[in-house]
Design a protein around this ligand. Structure first.
Ligand code: PLP
Length: 412
């Protein structure tokens, strides 16, 4: 993977075309460690240097102007052009983009300051076209739901059941937006079936819960694969970011809009997320093993009314996980309901000792939170998760220690 040109000199990506070929040959574990790290030997560096520069020296006015034109259009620089200004392009963000695209099996990816920055930039692009109708399937992360419910930039939204997407489409539909597994219900959507229904309308999938380790939406014909990199990609709860893996055409639009919105990923966070990505496959699999045990244990608890986890037969009626049709495993996110309703659920959230009562997910620390009161607070009542529901992000602690903590919290 070292055949690529050094990027730290400020040369924007020109080698993303190599990535899909590499992705076809290498496993996610290898890509996670090496992708986006080309050219380090030429730099004499073992890891990517962090380039905090806000600007780059311009060779002359005409080259500077031409470089600006390329970047403002979201395109790669031509030979001899320079990056100009970090709101337009940054080497550390570009390295992460290359790595995530390799893992997602897309030709390109675009990195943003947060997952919500990524989602909102996508919606802005759709709004700026004549096709500003979006078909969306609930549940979605509360921030995404809230954004769509506000019809930003004149977008019109039709909420649809996953099987009714085709009939919800209009002549001016520009995007279909779903999450699978969905936050927080863990509902699964059959992506092959969704893409068939889409009839050519671009499909965007928030793949944050699954990660590219367990699910590759682009292989099912999905055009835009979204990740809150804050979660499993970073994996340690200490950096925010968002990435959209997609085609070169969409990537150019996203970069052009990002340059105007000013929401490019910062060098330090890009470095941290790129570092976290190296262990993502190992973390995802280890966390998943604990989540399986915890989900099974929860199903046996008298105080627990239901457990939502794609590894349980009832939660995967289409065999998307069980038969391996779409996911390589059920992941490490789960939710459960308490017979005692809101009171009992909040008591569990307040009683955990090892598990942290906090929002966010996908990191090495296990977290528990009450979606209706927190992550999905802004969602309108008819679509809000039930008050008895708790969501758990299973981390890397010992599974038995986590079960013991939940046991005392559920007993409380
Ligand atoms: N998508 C999902 C599924 C999420 O859970 C979140 C945040 O929790 C986001 C998107 C937004 O990401 P960020 O918090 O990085 O803006």
């Amino acid at each position: 993977m070292d055949q690529q040109i050094p990027r730290q000199t400020g040369t924007p990506p020109t080698t993303v075309e190599q990535t899909p070929g590499q992705a076809a040959r290498m496993s996610p574990d290898t890509l996670a460690v090496h992708a986006g790290r080309g050219g380090l030997r030429q730099l004499g560096a073992g890891v990517p240097p962090i380039d905090r520069g806000a600007f780059n020296p311009l060779p002359d006015v005409d080259v500077g102007g031409a470089s600006y034109d390329s970047l403002a259009a979201g395109l790669a620089l031509a030979d001899g052009q320079v990056p100009v200004y970090r709101r337009l392009w940054g080497p550390n963000a570009a390295r992460l983009e290359e790595a995530v695209a390799a893992l997602d099996g897309t030709k390109d990816a675009v990195a943003f300051s947060t997952g919500m920055a990524a989602v909102n930039t996508l919606f802005k692009i759709v709004a700026d076209t004549s096709k500003r109708h979006i078909v969306a399937v609930r549940p979605l992360y509360g921030g995404t739901d809230h954004t769509l419910a506000r019809s930003p930039h004149g977008i019109e939204v039709t909420w649809s059941a996953p099987t009714m997407v085709h009939s919800a489409l209009r002549r001016d539909s520009g995007l279909i937006f779903v999450e699978t597994p969905a936050n927080p219900s863990m509902d699964l959507i059959d992506l092959d079936e969704l893409v068939r229904q889409a009839d050519g309308v671009p499909v965007a999938v928030d793949n944050t819960f699954a990660t590219p380790v367990l699910q590759a939406p682009a292989r099912h014909g999905v055009t835009l694969v979204i990740a809150s990199a804050t979660k499993f990609i970073g994996g340690h709860g200490d950096a925010l970011g968002g990435v959209i893996s997609t085609t070169p055409e969409w990537a150019a639009k996203l970069r052009a809009e990002r340059a105007l919105a000013g929401n490019i990923l910062s060098p330090d966070e890009a470095y941290m997320l790129h570092r976290g990505l190296q262990t993502m496959p190992v973390r995802v699999r280890a966390q998943q093993e604990s989540a399986r045990r915890i989900a099974e244990w929860l199903t046996e608890q008298a105080a627990v009314s239901r457990v939502l986890y794609p590894g349980l037969p009832g939660c995967d009626p289409q065999g998307l996980v069980g038969e391996g049709r779409q996911m390589a495993g059920p992941g490490s996110m789960l939710a459960f309901g308490m017979h005692g309703g809101y009171e009992a659920a909040t008591r569990v959230a307040h009683s955990v000792r090892l598990i942290t009562h906090a929002v966010s997910l996908g990191g090495v620390q296990s977290l528990i939170q009450h979606p209706a009161a927190l992550t999905h607070r802004p969602v309108e009542d008819s679509a809000k998760p039930d008050g008895d529901l708790l969501r758990v992000s299973v981390g890397l602690e010992d599974a038995q220690d986590l079960i013991s903590d939940l046991e005392q919290a559920v007993a409380a």
